[in-house]
Design a binder for this molecule. Structure first.
Ligand SMILES: O=C(O)c1ccc(O)c(O)c1
Ligand SMILES: [Mg+2]
Length: 580
């Protein structure tokens, strides 16, 4: 299907927007009036620029507060419309979006509204222009899409149709099944936006929190199915008002919008993800070139990891315990998590799929006998490797290392605020992870927003955290290691090891013991954190931070599904209290 985007959805000047929108592969644009008003170029030049870029101007918008007004106001509104028509002729646009009247002067009279819309359509027809009438969710009298359609039907003019906008329909909880009753040729335009579920005024929600399909909680694909079933053949057009998108990189947001539409089409055509990862192959940590991997090696050795192999051509060591594998890459930089290896049932298909979703595939250098490893860049630059089974052979590992740690449980990455939605869409679509809980947690110097995602019944879990701004901004990352016996590790490390994140405040344990019966008193002694959910229990423990990275040991009992999120504020406070 043709793909469009409203210029309001991305940052920049109008010319920057058009360049980025074309570069991302869109077929057309909706020109938002404000973008035109602030543009120094005359409409003819904007038209030529769009044409040079291969973009059609699919819609001009919005024309506000037109219908259902007293006679004197109608005359003024028609004069306003004539000006828009002339601008559109210069722009080469032939579809005008009219959104439902929000003014207190609007009259709640369907006959009047329809007759005035008909008049507008007659005037538009003289210019070869068509009108797409949209119900704003907060319209004074018309705020339901079926009401807008009733007025269009009543007005009965070939140059008048309706514009459907997924946000206005789904934010009100309207059932989109009714779309199928609208003849496809009377749906002049389709605008798509998703949004997180928020209990707030619908206008504020729309103007600040819309996001691309797949980044929020609406069933946008389900709505599009109804629109296609009605016989609509126009473009899928993104229309997003979002405070963060307005600050984010223009090209990057345009590409993210395109990724969202490609993924939406995949959903519509019922294309299953070709290679959802089945586990963590490894986590790769960069570190300064030091004997025994320095402080990082010290923490890992204390946790019971051993170096079991070395890469034949690169300064990379394999450290193992149970099924947990860490690669230590002596890049010279501060310790940081730089790559994640995922067990993939079909690495080639996974990379092709990632590429189809516009993820940059990373070039790899490898010696002739080394395993082929395909990687793409996640939005924050973390390299994501799709691993088969042969990569491990390169390291000639010396054999299994027994210990309490069994595998990588999850990896947590921190994203800047204006790329948080992009990261979520990437992990959902490129890796096929499903969103789990979304949380806001108090930090002594801010509020931590966090989203957990998982696949293969928890075999792969990722947590994306929002980097905090304006406070002590610590872009921490962490690797959580599944462990059979957190208490045993804590006992061992308490005996003179400085690697554990301590002390945990006594107030925490006082509260814990009030909340739950039978809390093991040893948890307090050892500084082990504890949580429970409907399924089971969770014991966990953190190490100190080395560079940007810290480790967590987690013990899930009885099918516990969470991440101990309620304890994150405790962890954050202790981390902030320690010198870095
Ligand atoms: O927020 C608005 O006013 C507005 C304007 C035009 C639209 O198409 C829309 O969905 C919302
Ligand atoms: Mg709209």
């Amino acid at each position: 299907m043709r793909k469009s985007i409203a210029t309001v959805s991305v940052s920049g000047t109008l010319t920057e927007k058009l360049d980025a929108i074309a570069a991302a592969g869109f077929d057309g644009v909706e020109i938002f009036e404000n973008d035109l008003l602030v543009c120094p170029l005359p409409p003819e030049e904007i038209r030529a620029r769009a044409a040079d870029l291969g973009l059609s101007i699919d819609l001009y918008q919005p024309f506000r507060d037109f219908e259902a007004v007293p006679a004197d106001l109608l005359a003024r509104n028609l004069r306003r419309a004539e000006h828009k028509f002339r601008t559109m002729e210069r722009l080469g646009a032939d579809l005008l979006l009219v959104c439902s009247n929000v003014s207190p002067e609007a009259i709640g009279d369907d006959e009047l509204a329809a007759s005035q819309l008909r008049l507008l359509a007659e005037r538009a027809a003289e210019h070869g222009i068509r009108i797409a009438y949209e119900a704003l969710a907060w319209g004074r009298h018309v705020n339901e899409y079926l009401h807008a359609w009733r007025l269009v039907r009543l007005a009965d003019h070939p140059n008048l149709g309706t514009c459907l906008d997924s946000f206005h329909i789904l934010s009100r909880g309207s059932d989109p099944i009714g779309i199928e009753a609208i003849p496809g040729e009377k749906i002049f335009f389709l605008q798509l936006a998703d949004a997180p579920l928020l209990a707030m005024d619908v206008l504020q929600w729309s103007r600040h929190y819309r996001c691309f399909p797949g980044q929020g909680n609406f069933d946008v694909a389900g709505l599009v199915r109804h629109v296609l079933a009605a016989g609509y053949t126009g473009p899928l057009s993104l229309e997003v008002f979002n405070d963060h998108f307005r600050q984010a990189g223009t090209a990057r947001t345009a590409r993210d919008g395109m990724r969202s539409l490609i993924a939406l089409e995949d959903t519509l055509y019922g294309a299953a993800h070709p290679a959802v990862p089945t586990g963590f192959a490894f986590a790769e940590l960069a570190h300064p070139e030091l004997e025994d991997a320095g402080a990082l090696g010290g923490v890992l050795a204390a946790l019971g990891f051993q170096r079991t192999g070395t890469h034949p051509t690169k300064p990379v060591e394999l450290w193992e315990q149970g099924g947990a594998r860490l690669l230590l890459n002596a890049t010279g930089g501060d310790p940081a998590l730089v790559a994640i290896g995922l067990d993939s049932p079909d690495p080639g298909a996974a990379v092709k799929h990632a590429e189809s979703l516009l993820s940059p595939v990373l070039p790899r250098e490898r010696a002739p006998r080394e395993a082929r490893l395909d990687a793409v860049a996640a939005p924050d630059g973390t390299e994501i490797f799709f691993c088969g089974t042969d990569w491990l052979d390169d390291f000639r590992p010396s054999g299994p290392v027994a210990g309490e740690i069994t595998r990588i449980d999850h990896v947590a990455l921190t994203q800047p605020v204006h790329y948080f939605d992009e990261a979520e869409l990437f992990y959902r679509t490129v890796l096929g992870l499903r969103p789990q809980e979304s949380l806001e947690l108090p930090d002594p110097y801010g509020l931590l927003r966090s989203k957990a995602m998982s696949a293969a019944e928890g075999a792969v879990r990722m947590v994306i955290n929002l980097a905090q701004v304006g406070t002590r901004d610590l872009p921490w990352q962490h690797v959580a290691l599944a462990c059979d016996d957190v208490v045993a590790v804590a006992r061992r490390l308490r005996a003179g090891h400085p690697e554990l994140l301590l002390p945990i405040p006594a107030n925490y344990y006082d509260d814990l013991e009030a909340r739950y019966d039978n809390v093991d008193p040893e948890l307090r002694e050892l500084g082990v954190l504890y949580d429970r959910d409907a399924h089971g229990e969770f014991l966990h423990l953190y190490t100190v931070t080395v560079g940007r990275v810290f480790f967590e040991l987690v013990q899930r009992a009885g099918g516990y599904q969470g991440y101990g999120a309620g304890n994150a504020p405790i962890r954050l406070s202790v981390q902030h209290a320690r010198p870095h």
